[in-house]
Write a protein that binds this ligand. Structure first.
Ligand code: PBG
Ligand code: ZN
Length: 325
C-alpha cells in the first residue's frame, strides 16, 4: 500500500524534523495595565489572570516575566484623572511616562513597547480629540497630540511605540515628529489594520476605556472589508511603519495571510481580550483542554503569517514551552 503521508508521521523525532511552524518565547509580547497609585493588584472579572497593577506591582511582574523568558511587554495606562484631551498622556509625569522611566531604570533588559492612543486618558473614552460639530474624532488635531505623546514616550525610554488610534496619516506624522526630535532610531509598530470589533469588550473593562457615547466605527475598520484591510497596512508601510499589525487575530486569519503575502515587513497580530476571555470561559465550563487549544491557537497565528504575537496568554505559553523541553 502506498503511504505517502503517514510515512513521515510514524516517529516523534521525524515529526519534529518536518514541523514547519514553531513557536518560541521570542515571538511574544505581553500586555500590562498600569494603574496610578501604589499597592494595587486588581483582577478584572471578564479577564481572569489579567490585572490592573500599580507600578510597584508592575516591577515585580517584570521579574516574573523574565524568569519565564518573556522579555517584551506592551504597556497601557489607567490614570486617576481624565479630561477631554487626555492630558495625563501629554505630561511627563503622567502614568505611562513615569512608570516607563521606573521600568527602564530597574529592568533595562526588558523591551518596552508603549501603546499610543487617547481612549484610556479621555473622559469621553474616544481615541482622540472630539470635533464637537460632528461628534467624531478630529483626525488632524489628534495627530498633533499623538506626536506629543510619542515624544514623551521616547524621552521616558520607550523601546518601540505602537500607535493604535487608526487616524489617517498617523505614521507620517509620528515618523516626522520623532525624527525631528532626535528619535530616528525609535521603531514604530503600527496597529495598521485594526477592526472595529466587539472582541475588545473585556479590554475596555480592564483599561477603563469604553466610549461614553457612540462607537469607534468612524476610525476603526469595518470587519467586512478585506481589500481595505490590505490597503490600510500597505499605506502604513509607505508612510514608514517598521512593523505592521492585524487586530483582532483569531477571526481575521485570512487578513493576516493576505497582508503577509502583500508586504515584506514583519507582521504582528494582537490576540485580543475577547479571544482570551472566550478560552478562559470555555476552560471554566470544562468543555476544552485549555492548554492544547491555546497552543493550537498560537500555532494558527504563526501559520497564518504572524511573526509577533501580542497575547495575554504569553506567560502560560512560556510555561508550556518549558515543560515541552
Ligand atoms: C486602544 C486599544 C484597544 C485595544 C488595544 N488598544 C481597544 C479599543 O480600540 O477599544 C484592544 C485590546 C484588546 O481587546 O485586548 N485603542
Ligand atoms: Zn484608543
Amino acid at each position: 500500500m502506498f503511504k505517502r503521508f503517514r510515512r513521515l508521521r510514524m516517529n516523534s523525532h521525524l515529526r519534529n524534523l518536518v514541523t514547519q511552524t514553531k513557536i518560541t518565547k521570542d515571538d511574544f509580547i505581553y500586555p500590562l495595565f498600569i494603574k496610578e497609585g501604589q499597592g494595587i493588584k486588581k483582577e478584572v472579572g471578564s479577564m481572569p489572570g489579567v490585572f490592573q497593577m500599580s507600578i510597584d506591582e508592575i516591577l515585580k511582574e517584570c521579574d516574573s516575566l523574565k524568569k519565564l523568558g518573556i522579555f517584551s511587554i506592551i504597556i497601557f495606562g489607567i490614570p486617576d484623572t481624565k479630561d477631554s484631551i487626555g492630558s495625563d498622556a501629554l505630561c511627563e509625569h503622567g502614568v505611562i511616562a513615569s512608570s516607563l522611566k521606573k521600568i527602564k531604570e530597574t529592568h533595562p533588559d526588558m523591551f518596552v513597547v508603549t501603546d499610543l492612543c487617547f481612549c484610556e486618558y479621555t473622559d469621553h473614552g474616544h481615541c482622540g480629540i472630539i470635533d464637537t460639530q460632528n461628534q467624531s474624532v478630529d483626525n488632524d488635531k489628534t495627530l498633533d497630540i499623538l506626536v506629543t505623546q510619542a515624544i514623551i514616550h521616547a524621552k521616558s525610554g520607550a523601546d518601540m511605540i505602537a500607535p493604535s488610534g487608526m487616524m489617517d496619516g498617523m505614521i507620517t506624522a509620528l515618523r516626522k515628529g520623532l525624527d525631528g526630535a532626535g528619535y530616528s532610531n525609535l521603531p514604530i509598530m503600527s496597529y495598521s489594520t485594526k477592526f472595529s470589533s466587539a472582541y475588545y469588550g473585556p479590554f475596555r473593562d480592564v483599561a477603563e476605556s469604553a466610549p461614553s457615547f457612540g462607537d469607534r466605527r468612524t476610525y476603526q475598520m469595518n470587519p467586512a472589508n478585506r481589500n481595505e484591510a490590505i490597503e490600510e497596512s500597505l499605506a502604513d508601510e509607505t508612510e514608514g511603519a517598521d512593523i505592521l499589525m492585524v487586530k483582532p487575530a483569531l477571526a481575521y486569519l485570512d487578513i493576516i495571510r493576505d497582508i503577509k503575502n502583500s508586504s515584506r515587513l514583519p507582521l504582528a497580530v494582537y490576540n485580543v481580550s475577547g479571544e482570551y476571555a472566550m478560552l478562559k470561559a470555555a476552560a471554566t465550563a470544562g468543555v476544552i483542554d485549555y492548554d492544547k487549544v491555546m497552543m493550537e491557537t498560537m500555532l494558527a497565528f504563526k501559520r497564518a503569517g504572524a511573526d509577533i504575537i501580542i497575547t495575554y496568554h504569553a506567560k502560560e505559553v512560556a510555561k508550556i514551552l518549558d515543560e515541552m523541553r
